[in-house]
Ligand binder design. Structure first.
Ligand code: GTP
Ligand code: MG
Length: 649
């Protein structure tokens, strides 16, 4: 995954140079790297480090602790050496004593003055970069904006600065400017990296977030899932073609080119299988996102890969789904292959996965009915076999719609069946009508923003970066400030695209591409989350999960390793504790600390991740609290996050 960034810096090597502010910035990288879980050698923590720095300079002096970053500072320092926050602004205002004066520049050592100078020159180099690149302008502007908005701390600092202008201790104007620059820049860091989460109860949505979007169709995120080669892409391509999203000319081109490559039957699939490798192999590898309008919805079609090697991609894409079309291949032997219980049948695996994504409504598209002569018996057989399984996954019968169709022969897709072999016994709705009968899940635009990042688009030439994904809660508009987690960088929304069209506001449920400014593209990664700056998502590398073990062959024991999936993040994980089994009837803890887990058991377990991910307890945020465990290419457990051992606590 692109977010597995190797910061490549060795803290130990440069330890002595920490007094230099260039190294301070490097340290910030380390701090971020640690948040992110980049493997490090034994390093002092942020606090240890600042303490060591202070100790090196003034071992004998008493220290005071910064209320924001907890660093220890010399008694003579009126502001925190590390983050720049004033020691006690209220006390300092109006107190003219030299000891408590907020900006006692005479207490700066010659070393400090050099540092100040360096910091300022770094700032000026950023300013001059303004003139050379769009991105630098954006970054600088955003930083100033942040400084302005950084609560009373900055205004307090400026006030104090002014009130102290006559202080005899200030030697000259120049260092005052340099030092206030220094404070300003340090405070910028505070605003981005040390922001404390506010209690959720304090959040009040703004009016624009809740306003109705008259005349605009609601988006429905529809995942197309199912066993490999069941016809998902053909179905998607045919739908897009029939609904005018793929023109006749384009379709003709696909047909011609596919035929030339000896893949004539994949022509419709080429509408969504766009990469050369996918077309060459006739296999979808990544989720394709396409749009079409039904009567009721603007449908975001998520055509997922069916091959078992690409289930992680399927998870990442289809986790955004509001509802799903489960495509099954009706032909003899193929339906049965999809139902194989030994980890090779993706009809079963996908059904189980989408249910644990929280999807409740599913349309079962029994495809390739042409290969079985549109046989009613075959359809009923599939319905009873798969129906039993779907019930066992927790789908309600009333939420499952069964549609016999042929994607290739355009039977029962957007209009009722015309082939007499089908119309003679089937009188139900066609696929498009079934899509329109789906209900939208409840959208929550009144909560703080949460947008798990599915995909990142970077334009190196323009220096722009866009984060794509579905807004789970809250809303954004152009100019909104967002916190990009887990790296805790603040950015500003430059523009938003919904259905590939620009829009000024997007709300919960919308699948969007959000172009960001004021942030380095490397800090925006799939698996990350855009959130409201005051309500950051939790970052954790140890989680308690309540899971259901799927059909596995051997037992799961403490120490077992997994691929851990949560929203769009994937991480290596290890089972560190089996807390208890869970009684599936009562949902209560049963046997404590069992030695192993076997198929179909429910249990509470603790997992340790190699690197921290954004995660929330399911009870707080459903979309960020659903987890999946995979091993040896199969999903072995699905469940929810019951406890987060936050890395920040
Ligand atoms: P993956 O994404 O790789 O899992 O495959 P898929 O489910 O998208 O299947 P795809 O659309 O690529 O089609 C696989 C094969 O099934 C192609 O050769 C299609 O022509 C064929 N196919 C799809 N739909 C139908 C159908 O309705 N009838 C018949 N006879 N063949 C079909
Ligand atoms: Mg496909």
């Amino acid at each position: 995954m692109p977010r597995k960034v190797n910061y490549g810096l060795d803290y130990d090597d440069g330890y002595d140079g920490y007094d230099d502010y260039d190294d301070f910035d490097d340290y910030e990288d380390y701090a971020n790297a640690n948040d992110y879980g980049v493997k490090e050698k034994e390093k002092p923590s942020w606090n240890d480090r600042s303490t060591i720095k202070v100790e090196k300079k003034t071992k004998k002096l008493a220290l005071w602790q910064c209320s924001v970053c907890n660093s220890d500072n010399e008694q003579s320092s009126s502001s925190c050496d590390i983050c720049g926050v004033l020691r006690d602004p209220a006390q300092n205002i109006g107190n003219g004593s030299a000891e408590n004066a907020p900006f006692q520049f005479n207490t700066l050592s010659p070393d400090d003055m050099v540092s100040v100078g360096k910091m300022s020159s770094r700032k000026s180099s950023k300013v001059s970069a303004n003139n050379t690149g769009k991105k630098a302008i954006a970054k600088f502007t955003a930083t100033n904006e942040m400084a302005e908005n950084s609560s009373g701390i900055i205004s307090g600092a400026n006030q104090l600065n002014g009130s102290e202008s006559g202080n005899a201790n200030i030697k000259s104007d120049t260092p005052q400017i340099l030092a206030s620059d220094l404070h300003q820049m340090k405070l910028d860091k505070v605003s981005t990296n040390f922001r404390k989460a506010k209690p959720l109860a304090e959040y009040k949505p703004e009016k624009w977030m809740l306003a109705n979007q008259d005349g605009i169709l609601n988006q429905l995120n529809l995942a197309v899932v199912g066993h490999v080669d069941s016809g998902k892409s053909t179905l998607s391509g045919q739908l897009l073609h029939l609904l005018g999203r793929v023109s006749k000319k384009e379709m003709h081109k696909f047909e011609k080119e596919a035929k030339e490559k000896g893949k004539g039957s994949f022509a419709f699939a080429w509408a969504t299988d766009e990469s050369a490798e996918e077309r060459e192999r006739g296999v979808t590898m990544t989720v394709a996102v396409a749009y079409f309008d039904s009567k009721k919805y603007r449908v975001v079609l998520l055509d997922s890969p069916g091959h078992k090697d690409f289930v992680p991609n399927m998870i990442s894409g289809a986790t955004q789904a509001d509802a799903a079309v489960l495509v099954v291949d009706a032909s003899i032997g193929s339906f049965e292959a999809g139902m194989d219980g030994n980890g090779f049948g993706q009809t079963k695996e996908h059904a189980q996965l989408i249910r644990s994504f929280g999807v409740e409504q599913v349309i079962v598209a029994v495809n390739k009915m042409d290969t079985v002569g549109f046989s009613k018996e075959r359809f009923e057989f599939i319905k009873s076999q798969l129906g039993n399984f779907l019930r066992s996954c927790g789908f309600k019968e009333s939420q499952v719609t069964w549609i016999p169709l042929s994607a290739m022969e355009n039977e029962n897709l957007v209009t009722s069946a015309t082939d007499a072999r089908l119309s003679s016994w089937y009188e139900g709705s066609c696929l498009l009508e079934a899509v329109d009968s789906l209900q939208l899940p409840v959208r929550d635009a009144s909560k703080p923003l949460l947008l798990p990042i599915c995909d990142v688009i970077k334009s190196h030439s323009l220096g722009q970066v866009a984060a794509c994904g579905k807004i789970e809660t809250g809303a954004i508009k152009n100019g909104s400030r967002v916190l990009v987690m887990p790296l805790r960088e603040v950015a500003t929304v430059r523009s938003i695209e919904r259905d590939s069209c620009p829009c000024s506001v997007a709300r919960a449920g919308d699948n969007v591409a959000v172009s960001l400014q004021g942030i380095d593209g490397v800090h925006v990664t799939p698996g990350g989350v855009l959130c409201h700056p005051d309500y950051p998502v939790t970052v954790a590398s140890r989680l308690e999960l309540k899971i259901l073990v799927l059909d596995i062959m051997g037992p799961i024991i403490v120490g077992s390793k997994f691929e851990f999936h949560i929203h769009h993040a994937k991480e290596a994980a290890r089972l560190v504790k089996i807390v208890s089994l869970v009684d599936q009837k009562t949902g209560k803890a049963a046997k404590k600390t069992p030695r192993f887990l076997t198929a179909k058991q429910s249990a509470i377990i603790e997992v340790a991740l190699d690197r921290a991910v954004c995660a929330e307890e399911f009870s707080k945020h459903r979309a960020l609290g659903r987890a999946f465990l995979r091993a040896s290419g199969c999903t072995v457990g699905v469940g929810i996050v019951s406890k987060v051992f936050s890395d920040e606590s």
